[in-house]
Write a protein of this length. Structure first.
Lengths: 152, 115
């Protein structure tokens, strides 16, 4: 493992993040003194690339942060809307069931009234037949019988 | 030495920023997914609400009709009673042999049982 690291340190200058003082001394020592140009392409470029990446990531973080906050606002709004709709639904359902039972009661009541009216109509028809149809004799007796059975 | 430190610091900063951006990005996506689910629930609830309102409106109009029907039945019933009640009274009077009651009942029948 250490052999490998040393080996890498000698040959690749790109691996600058791993602290390896020994393998990196040869290229760094002579470079800064005579001319600052040669090490720049190595270390300078890494710095620039990292700085650019950091800036991009920072921007991305800001963007995602803003997006997240706005998404959270949307979520809160949606949750509030859901609660409101659910409350309305519960209320309407309650009214539906109350009108359902009212309808049933009204149906029953109207049915009873209809039955009663049917019975009364039979009596009234019998009375009218007896009173106004100018009956005599057997027909009249039959009409009286019908009046008695339907009106009693 | 300085540049090395800068690079290391920048690398650390890049790592932290990447983690932060990743976290925020993930939370954003998850939050949006949650909101989508909630919005779907809202849509479902709204459909149910519309159905319930339709049923409520139907029930209300049916109740109105039934009420009107009841009124008509009661009116008809009142007319029928006006004739049928004295008729029943006349039958009872005949059974009881009450001539006065019979006469009164028949008078009412003549008035209320016309055609």
């Amino acid at each position: 493992m250490t052999e490998m690291a040393q080996h890498n340190g000698f040959h690749s200058m790109g691996d600058l993040t791993t602290p390896g003082p020994f393998p990196l001394t040869p290229p760094r020592f002579p470079a800064p003194l005579p001319m600052p140009a040669p090490p720049r392409p190595g270390g300078g470029r890494a710095t620039v690339v990292l700085a650019v990446v950091a800036a991009l990531l920072f921007a991305a973080g800001i963007v995602f942060g803003v997006l997240y906050l706005s998404a959270r606002g949307d979520h809160d709004a949606a949750a509030a809307a859901l609660t409101e709709r659910q409350n309305s639904l519960a209320e309407v359902n309650l009214r539906v069931s109350s009108t359902d039972s009212a309808r049933q009661a009204a149906d029953q009541r109207n049915g009873a009234l209809e039955n009663e009216n049917t019975e009364l109509t039979a009596c009234v028809e019998a009375v009218r037949h007896y009173l106004w149809d100018g009956l005599v004799g057997v027909e009249r007796d039959a009409a009286v019988d019908r009046l008695f059975t339907t009106c009693e | 030495m300085n540049r090395r430190r800068t690079v290391v610091l920048l690398a650390v900063a890049v790592g932290l920023l990447a983690a932060a951006a990743g976290l925020l990005g993930t939370r954003y996506v998850m939050q949006r997914g949650d909101t989508g689910a909630v919005n779907q629930q809202v849509a479902t609830t709204e459909r149910e609400l519309a159905d319930a309102n339709t049923r409520l409106a139907a029930n209300t109009s049916t109740l109105d009709e039934l009420d009107q029907e009841r009124e008509e039945l009661e009116n008809t019933g009142a007319t029928l009673h006006a004739c049928a009640d004295p008729a029943a009274a006349s039958v009872a009077a005949v059974r009881a042999g009450d001539d006065t009651a019979l006469s009164n009942a028949v008078d009412l029948m003549l008035v209320n049982c016309g055609r």
